[in-house]
Design a protein around this ligand. Structure first.
Ligand code: NAD
Ligand code: ZN
Length: 351
């Protein structure tokens, strides 16, 4: 088992390994007391719920479970309210804790319930998707969606512990696996050239524990430097402003990973065209993505993406912050005047 410490205001550990779900209770025991309220979705519950419940029982934890239907459309206020009512009905107190078992949807919604129930109680993240392990479970951003957009209601609330059993990735669809791989390649691109080269120079899927370790080290270094997302953490948004516009335009039929892949290539290509970067880095990025079966060709026009990007909450006044690469392993922010956005997108997506 690998353990990565995360140095936020309240520090915590991320344990990574094969087959560690069975040890969840044992790993939680030194960190938390009280009863456990396990929150998970229907798919993950049927695959892994019993393993975690058994492990908690073996370590002497009394546990209750709440299961919601799987899918992003259930990361909403009514499901969140359902969790809160369940906690109250089961007399969960501040001496108890929640467990988010599942992908980013379980993690974000359970984390938000933990941040707000009784003004905040502890929670444990047990990510079961590569994306949740590499990205969502570390950093303390919790949220639910509104009809008006994703993640519009939320809070910062760090977990007390993260337990990532990479064996759970064996039941993911290839598209779900690709979502995690895109964020992993992004981590190399924004700050670690050696990690990018490692991913680009061979199929590294067999080295998943080492990959997740590196993901968590990179993500947590940005989080520790900027816990409340006021500066450096925005580098993690590389590929996401354009990617989000792609997701919106496709009515979310393009997966998050593919949308970010498109966004990273477009931002790199346009940065070269705009003189921000000496070479067209979209070429090596596209090659690395295709090694993992991720298609990064943009199916939308610059005009339609511009309209979607301008509705993004990350827009400030007359400029929009675009994250680009100065070189592989070094990201920077460019405050792009809004009037240049369409030309930037045309350079990134259409030429
Ligand atoms: N908080 C953050 O910093 C952060 C960062 C990135 C993404 N997110 C959020 O994460 C969410 C996306 O995460 P996700 O892709 O994990 O979504 P998800 O939780 O919906 O999981 C995707 C699907 O895979 C299923 N699943 C989960 N684990 C499985 C397993 N081991 N085997 C088989 N099926 C499994 C789920 O039931 C679901 O149907 C989005 O809501 C996004 O906003 C949050
Ligand atoms: Zn992302």
């Amino acid at each position: 088992m690998i353990t990565v410490p995360v140095k936020t205001s309240a520090p915590y550990d991320v344990h990574i390994g094969s087959g560690i779900l069975q040890k969840a209770g044992e790993l939680i025991r030194p960190v938390l007391r009280g009863r456990a309220a396990l929150i998970t979705d229907s798919t993950v519950d049927s695959l892994y719920g019993d393993i975690v419940r058994q492990s908690l029982a073996d370590s002497g934890f009394d546990a209750v479970s709440y299961v919601f239907p799987a899918g992003e459309e259930h990361k909403n206020l009514s499901e969140y309210a359902g969790i809160l009512s369940f906690l109250a009905e089961n007399a969960v107190t501040r001496g108890d804790f929640l467990i988010a078992l599942g992908g980013g949807v379980s993690g974000d919604m359970t984390g938000f319930a933990a941040a707000t129930y009784l003004r905040g109680i502890p929670f444990v993240q047990i990510p079961t998707t590569f994306l949740a392990a590499a990205d969502a479970s570390v950093g303390g951003k919790t949220a639910v969606d509104l009809a008006a957009g994703k993640n519009l209601v939320g809070a910062f609330h760090q977990p007390s512990l993260v337990i990532c059993d990479t064996d759970t990735f064996s039941t993911l669809t290839p598209a779900a696996f690709a979502d995690g791989m895109t964020e992993t390649i992004k981590h190399g691109l924004i700050c670690d050239r050696a990690f990018f080269d490692f991913l680009a120079s061979g199929d590294r899927r067999g080295e998943i524990n080492e990959i997740v370790r590196k993901d968590v080290e990179i993500k947590s270094s940005f989080v520790a430097a900027d816990e409340f997302d006021r500066g450096r953490r925005q580098m993690l948004n590389f590929g996401h402003t354009i990617g989000h516009a792609v997701e919106v335009n496709s009515e979310f039929s393009v997966s998050h990973g593919r949308a970010v892949a498109i966004g990273m290539c477009a931002a790199a290509k346009a940065a070269h065209a705009f003189g921000l970067c000496g070479e067209d880095l979209s070429v090596p990025i596209r090659e690395a993505l295709s090694r993992y079966g991720i298609d990064s060709a943009c199916p939308f026009s610059a005009a339609s993406l511009t309209e979607a990007a301008l509705r993004d909450k990350k827009r400030f006044g007359e400029t929009i912050n675009i994250i680009y690469l100065k070189t592989i392993g070094e990201a920077a922010v460019h405050p792009l005047p809004v009037r240049q956005l369409e030309a930037f997108l045309r350079a990134g997506c259409e030429s």
